[in-house]
Design a protein around this ligand. Structure first.
Ligand code: JDQ
Length: 247
């Protein structure tokens, strides 16, 4: 997968050199390219923002640098058609299902806005040449799109074949399609069996794998009901067996 990130703060993305994503980049599994938006400004101050039409507080990002940046980056015709991702508080909620869907894309471009956002015409113009998605990572306001882009890139990259050593752990993720659809995962434990007087639930040391799987599903249902009753309401009753309904 190719990922282009356009930002006025490229240093925000040094975390993508670390850990599993860093390893995936070095092995060529993911091709991440950072672009400083100011490269497409030509005035002495490399201006990327201006006052909002209609008045109001703050500044808006000018359309010209974005248009030229996207033109140059997408001119790389042999890489296929990219999908443009625009993090914004007003976007569609980004979910695990979106991560699964976007992990299948060959090329993503992330436009990291700042100030009060990017001139709306940038998304309209880009949509004439590629699919554009405005995505929110949650109902809180950040100062720009960089942190949201890091979140989305990590959620997608960990699903790419070869990035995580243990594929199994993906299927047991919270919200993972299939067994964990709309459930959060339950508690996890490791050695020692007793720590500060706290015991690991004996079932997990029993070796009875069917019973262990049952216990884990019960705990996932309990934790989902406690922390995410909104997800319980979304559960397809067909996906619940008789035992589930007793939890
Ligand atoms: N889920 C999520 C995404 C963002 C986000 C993404 C990109 C930008 C670009 C500028 N801002 C600041 C901003 C403040 C207020 C109104 C609009 C924009 C951004 C915030 N916040 N929260």
């Amino acid at each position: 997968m190719r990922i282009d990130i356009i930002t006025i703060f490229p240093d925000y993305f040094t975390p993508l050199d670390l850990s599993l994503i860093g390893k995936a980049r070095r092995s060529g599994l993911i091709d991440v390219r950072l672009h400083d938006l100011r490269r497409w400004t030509y005035d002495r101050h490399h201006t990327v923002d201006d006052t909002p039409y209609g008045g109001g507080p703050g500044m808006v990002m000018k359309p010209e640098p974005w248009g030229e940046a996207l033109d140059e980056i997408t001119a790389d015709a042999d890489a296929g058609t990219p999908r443009l991702i625009l993090p914004t508080p007003s976007g569609l909620p980004f979910t695990q299902q979106d991560a699964v869907r976007l992990a299948k894309e060959p090329w993503l471009i992330f436009a990291c806005g700042r100030y009060e956002g990017i001139d709306a015409r940038v998304a309209v113009d880009a949509a004439q040449r590629m699919p554009v998605e405005e995505l929110s990572i949650g109902d809180y306001v950040l100062n720009g799109g960089e942190v949201a882009t890091l979140v989305i890139v990590e959620a997608i990259s960990r699903l790419l074949p070869g990035v995580l050593g243990n594929v199994e752990s993906i299927t047991q993720d919270s919200f993972a399609p299939g067994t964990m659809d709309n459930l959060v995962e339950g508690p996890v434990y490791t050695k020692p069996p007793v720590w500060r007087g706290h015991e690991v639930p004996p079932i997990l040391l029993s070796g009875h794998h069917a019973a262990i799987d049952r216990w884990r599903r019960d705990e996932a249902l309990r934790k989902t009901a406690r922390n995410r009753p909104d997800l319980i309401r979304r559960l397809d009753p067909e996906s619940l067996d008789k035992r589930d309904r007793e939890v």
